[in-house]
Design a protein around this ligand. Structure first.
Ligand code: ADP
Length: 491
């Protein structure tokens, strides 16, 4: 699409703000709408249709009705549709990035990067669609022949968070559609516009009616529970907080719904004494400041060897302090606002708590004046391990440094959390690097690098950070069942 869009209002005006139920655009059954705000200004961007439980039911009925037809579409054709959607997203980058910046706050540069990242999930899973695995063989006793085939799990409920409004949708829709599943997507109430725009891109790329429904809304608990307990949804894929993941896992138990959960993190970032300091500071910037720290992969606790701690803190504070904070729409902005007022208040209180327990502020340390929900990049050092920010996701641009002397102690402190999504390790010693990677209780490790996410690789956590993996070959397996066919061996 080559549109010339002159103002933010023009861009928002391109999005159909009604629900998507079985290929139809419709108002909520009770006519309700809810406001979506621009976090840079606090102003209302759009009023979006607010799905009701009845709308949820209608979307599931549509997904069930479309399931057999979509599963019967040849895998090559499903892949080609996804491949077209990949190209359509890229061609529409400016509009989609602007929508994302407006509703979520991230800079246009990051939003453009997210469009590329989001599109890549469609390309990767377009390629995976034709590589579903099967098996043919004889049982060990020689008495039977057997076939094991991959089949789509069935209609899926996909629930996404606000921090990556487009990519969290494509990361789930891509493998589901490639596997032959129909989906109902429930985006976060803060950022429904990206998902609504995505629905149009998918329809224009050839996804048949009923295969993708989108239910924006402010009444998540009311809408989701009956769907999960109802028995028609065969798979839940959720990205969000551990608290909500726990509720959904319980609800999924009623109808034994297969469940993938990508939950919170509390990532340790460990800098050993022999680390390359330039590389460690670059890694810290990426691991901390991607998405303004509003990522479950964000480095939440930095453990730096005493011999490097002062210099690491000084350089990190210099880099963080030089970042340009502002409205994400302004070219040159590097750090946008936080998502909403509660997030701003939470980040502020975490910093205040750490300071009250003895942390030193190297840069930042207090919220900016409004309007908008801005918190400046902040570096704290000598953070006490009992500070609240060591036991909770900061979800903001705050780097919290602790000093260590002994690597075993650093590992023990890194593992002293119920979460286990990702960890980062910086060292030039390969043996040490691998030993520490093995010892960290996490699903992913960045070795001398601050970003691990890639659509071709399995993303996910251990402990209370989740169940299952997204991306890579593992990502599509989450949406497949193994069907076994056994027959006597007569000939
Ligand atoms: P965050 O704290 O980052 O907003 P949440 O876990 O609250 O993360 O939200 C992630 C997603 O889960 C959003 O789409 C939200 O609407 C949805 N959600 C929140 N509470 C519930 C619930 N009780 N049942 C179903 N979905 C929910």
């Amino acid at each position: 699409m080559t549109t010339t869009l002159s103002s933010p209002a023009d861009v928002i005006g391109t999005v159909d703000t009604r629900l998507v139920i079985g290929g139809r655009r419709t108002e909520a059954s009770d006519g309700a709408r809810f406001d979506v705000l621009d976090p840079a200004t606090g102003e209302v961007l759009a009023a979006v249709a607010d799905a009701t439980p009845q709308d949820g039911r209608a979307a599931v009925v549509a997904a069930v009705a479309a399931q057999a037809g979509w599963a019967a579409v040849p895998a090559r054709k499903r892949g080609e549709i996804l491949r077209r959607a990949h190209e359509a997203l890229l061609a529409d980058t400016e509009r989609l990035a602007t929508i994302m910046t407006l509703e979520m706050g991230k800079s246009l540069t990051e939003a453009r990067g997210e469009v590329r990242y989001a599109a890549e999930f469609f390309r990767w899973f377009a390629e995976e669609a034709v590589r579903l695995e099967g098996w043919y063989g004889h049982t060990p006793d020689g008495a039977s022949r057997a076939i094991v085939a991959s089949q789509p799990v069935g209609p899926c409920l996909l629930i996404t968070p606000w921090n990556f409004p487009l990519a969290m949708g494509t990361r789930k829709i891509g493998p589901a559609l490639a596997a032959g599943c129909t989906v109902v997507l429930k985006p976060a109430p803060q950022t429904p516009l990206s998902s609504l725009a995505l629905a149009d891109v998918l329809a224009a790329s050839g996804v048949p009616e009923g295969v993708v429904s989108v239910l924006p809304g402010s009444r998540a608990a009311e809408v989701v529970e009956p769907l999960l307990r109802g028995g028609d949804i065969r798979k839940l894929s959720f990205t969000g907080s551990t608290a909500v993941g726990r509720i959904l896992l319980e609800q999924a138990s009623t109808a034994i719904v297969r469940t993938s959960l990508e939950l919170g993190g509390n990532a340790p970032f460990v800098v050993l004494a022999d680390a390359d300091l330039d590389e460690a500071v670059d890694g810290a910037m990426a691991a901390k400041m991607r998405n303004m720290g509003e990522a479950c992969t964000a480095a939440n606790r930095m453990f730096v060897h005493r011999s490097l701690a002062a210099e690491f803190g000084r350089r990190l504070a210099e880099r963080m302090g030089a970042l340009r904070v502002g409205n994400g729409l302004d070219e040159g902005t590097e750090v946008g606002p936080l998502i909403d007022a509660p997030s701003l208040a939470k980040v502020g209180s975490l910093v205040d708590d750490a300071v009250s327990r003895g942390a030193q502020v190297l840069v930042g340390g207090a919220p900016a004046e409004g309007p908008g929900y801005f918190y400046p990049p902040t570096v704290l050092t000598d953070v006490a391990p009992d500070s609240a920010l060591c036991a909770t996701e900061i979800f903001g641009p705050v780097a919290a440094i602790q000093v260590f002397d002994d690597v075993d102690d650093a590992i023990a402190r890194a593992n002293a959390t119920e979460w286990g999504l990702v960890g980062y390790v910086f060292t030039r010693d390969v043996d040490r690097a691998l030993a520490v990677s093995e010892a960290l209780e996490v699903g992913m490790v960045g070795l001398n690098v601050g970003v691990v996410s890639n659509p071709a690789l399995p993303f996910g956590g251990v402990k209370q950070s989740g169940l299952g993996r997204e991306g890579g070959r593992h990502g599509i397996a989450e949406f497949l069942e193994q069907k076994l066919v056994v027959l006597p061996k007569r000939g």
